[in-house]
Structures are given as C-alpha cells and as structure tokens.
Design a protein around this ligand. Sequence first.
Ligand SMILES: [Zn+2]
Length: 113
Amino acid sequence: MPPGHEAVEGSCHCGAVKIRAASMPKDLNDCQCEHCQKRGALWGYYALDQIEINGPTSVYIWGPSLREFHFCTTCGMTTHWWPIDAGSIPWMGLNARVFGRDVFQQIPVKKGD
Ligand SMILES: [Zn+2]
C-alpha cells in the first residue's frame, strides 16, 4: 500500500478528542511564526472534507489569524485549527502530533510560515 492512501486515526493526549484523517499528510509544517512556535504544533493540511474530529474542544482566536485554534477542554492539547471563513481558507491544519510520535516522526518536516 503506498503511503498517503490509508485513513489514519489519532487523538489528543487524554483521548477525549478523536481524529480520523483520510490519509497521512505528505509533509508537515513546523510553522515559524511566533504564535505557532509557542503553540508547538506540527501542522498537516487537509481539505475540510478529508477529516473528522469528534470531542470537546475550546477555541483560541488570535487577532490577525483567520483561524480558530482548537484544544482539548480536558488535557489542553492543541488538536487542529479550522478556518473562520471556509470561503477564504478552504482547508484546515491538523496537529500531526495527535498520531503519536511513531507516526509523525516518519513524515518530513518543513519550516514555513
Ligand atoms: Zn484531551
């Protein structure tokens, strides 16, 4: 089976938030902006219909960003961001750390912004 064509599942640290992605991300973004550097996420990007997220999250919205940053209400782990306006940003960012290190450490990482 070639990589990137199998659904993959993950969760936050406590397991309350469950994630199912249509495939593995081809690469991850270690975003260099100040916000993401403090947040500590490794972003994999998906079309909005390629991901299912179930479980209680709280949202942080940071001034100039057009994204809602979601984190588990119990363990606080950042799980993903979702666009406030899917018309201008028709994709989302998943913190690939939800897959666990045995999985996400196999994915190449870029340093973007
Ligand atoms: Zn949790």
